[in-house]
Design a protein around this ligand. Structure first.
Ligand code: MTE
Ligand code: MO
Length: 169
């Protein structure tokens, strides 16, 4: 599916990643603070809703589960809304956001993530359709009850499992 058509520029010196909502520890990390967290490389396949897939992607960055453990969501936390600098949003269950294969990526195939593909930071949640993997990530909002993001409001599935082809809601 197409992007919103905006490719935002996020200079590293102005970079911030906020984690807020239903958490005990709100986080607001600048680029240096993000780099100071443990960096991991994970290989995964991605599946777009328009039926293309791209195999064997090496993503490097911070595991979502390690970041979210620092934020310490409260028991009522059920979902997250990922916010991009282009105004994009997407919703997914917090349990899916923190799976072992999910990562906040700054690098793809060993190179800094290109701006077009979400650099400097994007989410990668490979077991859901790729529209759930927000590019130009700036905010992780932890919420209780599920709320539709951009494509989800426009007819896409609230969950988006590629294996059962949950394209449209
Ligand atoms: N912030 C933001 N993230 C986004 C999108 C977008 O428009 N804005 N598009 C989504 C969709 S529909 C897809 S298929 C992938 C595309 O990622 P790519 O450009 O790296 O192929 O990003 C997803 N994440
Ligand atoms: Mo897409």
């Amino acid at each position: 599916m197409l992007d919103l058509g905006i490719v935002p520029a996020v200079p590293l010196e102005r970079f911030r990643l906020d984690v807020d909502g239903l958490v005990r520890n709100r986080l607001s990390l600048d680029w240096e603070a993000l780099q100071a967290l443990r960096q991991t490389t994970l290989r995964s396949d991605i599946h777009c809703v328009t039926s293309w897939s791209r195999y064997d992607n090496d993503w490097t960055g911070v595991r979502t589960r390690e970041l979210m453990a620092r934020a310490d969501p409260v028991a009522e936390a059920g979902h997250v809304i990922l916010h991009g600098h282009d105004g994009y949003t997407t919703n997914l269950p917090i349990a899916d956001f923190v799976t072992a294969d999910s990562i906040l990526a700054t690098h793809w195939q060993g190179e800094p993530l290109e701006r077009e593909h979400g650099g400097p930071l994007r989410a990668v949640v490979p077991h859901l359709y790729f529209w759930k993997s927000a590019k130009w990530l700036k905010r992780i909002e932890v919420i209780g009850t599920d709320r539709a993001g951009y494509w989800e409001r426009n007819g896409y599935h609230m969950y988006g499992d590629p294996w059962s082809e949950q394209r449209y809601g």
